[in-house]
Ligand binder design. Structure first.
Ligand SMILES: Nc1ncnc2c1ncn2[C@@H]1O[C@H](COP(=O)(O)OP(=O)(O)OP(=O)(O)O)[C@@H](O)[C@H]1O
Length: 420
């Protein structure tokens, strides 16, 4: 799959941008702060409806504007679809495919698939458990878009349940009847939590099982002298899972039952703290490194060197890419500012690994940082404009001052009504 045309309105620093793309490698080169990442972030947003840099939509809308639009022509197996998302911070976003509105904006997730490598990936290794949970859930939804619904149902249940737990403190003071009524309502939300929580947990456990061999292989490739047993992944739930380690994983019903039992066991503590303490929102993904299968294993967080941490973060992204490919997909790879962080050997290895992708979008402040294996189309990003790089040696007739914007303005997406 690849993006053949990208149009932005009021997205980040761009009042308007219109860029034609080809399959293969495209690099966006420009000095710091010129808007290179903003371009690839827009492509990623169309894929996941979240950004690898910020948790909310507001910073994605150009300062002073009240909505942003990202639109792209996406080619898959020779067929083109025009995807569009309208970002309305504080209100519901709106999505369209080939101009037809979708019932919910999240229905767009997963049509375009991206895997982003960026310096922020270090938080996968060094950050909070929530960063690793987001990594797993984003990948789950990319593989199985319907799980976006499970994820948002779980978030909704959690929110409701937490506010109920907070109110229970007040109900205690309101006498026996009020308390019993509130506990009755809580029991209903316990059931919802157990059901949606077990589904999410079950999916995450399966994902970690599927991803683990790919992470081992990817770590071996990116870390000098490593073997494929060095990098380990272990899903750490917030309660003890039923069954013995090594046995077949518990089924969803069993998980739901165990989750419900644990919620009931910790009822008093939850009411005291006004918080849901059990469920996939409290889980973590433990990343560890050891020498071979039998060697001592240490957690990456707090123990690994900077280089090892970087290699692990890269391995997680590469493994995601490999897993999606194994599913029969060919996601767009986005390498945002990663080469400056890598030594020459690892730059070359990463480049070799990703060079075969159908589309690779690269950003770099310095063109020379992009490895030779990733040569392809180049755009210069400067002063709010994105223009093809002109190579005077290849085409001495081309005036480097030519403005490609005029031609692009007649592009296939420009005519699509942006609905405003
Ligand atoms: N919502 C917004 N409205 C207006 N400008 C914005 C908005 N969000 C970011 N910017 C501007 O966009 C610029 C950053 O763009 P971007 O992150 O794409 O830079 P970059 O070219 O990738 O730089 P670097 O090489 O440093 O990573 C900054 O100057 C920032 O002020």
């Amino acid at each position: 799959m690849y993006v053949s045309h990208l149009v932005l309105h009021d997205f980040r620093s761009y009042a308007a941008a219109d860029v034609r793309l080809e399959p293969g490698v495209t690099a966006f080169i420009g000095r710091n702060g010129q808007g290179k990442t903003n371009l690839v972030e827009a492509v990623d947003y169309l894929s996941r409806q979240s950004s690898h840099r910020v948790a909310t939509d507001a910073p994605l809308v150009r300062a002073g504007a009240d909505q942003a639009v990202v639109r792209a022509a996406v080619v898959r197996d020779g067929r083109t679809a025009v995807l569009e998302i309208e970002l309305n911070p504080g209100r519901a976003n709106r999505a369209r495919v080939n101009r037809s509105p979708l019932p919910r904006s999240r229905d767009l997730v997963g049509i375009l698939r991206t895997v982003v490598f960026s310096p922020e990936d270090l938080t996968l290794v060094k950050g909070d458990p929530s960063d690793r949970r987001r990594f797993l859930d984003d990948l789950l939804v990319l593989r199985t878009p319907r799980l976006a619904g499970v994820r948002s149902d779980y978030d909704r249940v959690l929110k409701q349940r937490n506010s109920l737990l907070k109110n229970l403190g007040a109900a205690r003071r309101g006498g026996r009847d009020a308390q019993e009524a509130a506990l009755g309502t809580l029991a209903v939300w316990d059931e919802h939590l157990a059901r949606t929580g077990a589904e999410l947990l079950d999916e995450r456990l399966a994902l970690v099982r599927a991803l683990t061999p790919y992470v081992g292989a990817a770590y071996e490739t990116v870390a000098r002298g490593a073997s494929r047993d060095d990098a380990g992944l272990e899903y750490r739930p917030s309660f003890t899972l039923p069954g013995d380690a090594g046995e077949a994983p518990p089924d969803r019903e069993t998980l739901a039952g165990a989750l419900l039992a644990e919620v009931e066991r910790r009822r008093r503590e939850e009411i005291d703290r006004g918080l849901s303490l059990v469920g996939p929102h409290r889980d973590d993904l433990l990343l560890s490194l050891g020498q071979g299968e039998a060697g001592t294993r240490l957690p990456v967080k707090g123990y690994a060197s900077h280089g090892e941490s970087w290699s692990f973060a890269l391995a997680l992204r590469l493994a995601s890419y490999d897993l999606l490919r194994a599913d029969g997909d060919d996601p767009i790879l986005i390498l945002d500012d990663v080469f400056a962080e890598l030594d020459t050997e690892r730059r070359a290895r990463l480049a070799e690994l990703v060079a075969g992708a159908e589309q690779v979008l690269v950003t770099a402040a310095v063109g020379a940082d992009v490895p030779a294996a990733l040569q392809g189309a180049r755009f210069v990003v400067a002063g709010g404009e994105v223009r093809p790089e002109v190579d005077p040696e290849v085409d001495p007739e081309v005036d480097p001052g030519v403005d490609p914007g005029e031609d692009a303005a007649r592009g296939e997406l420009s005519g699509v009504d942006d609905g405003r």
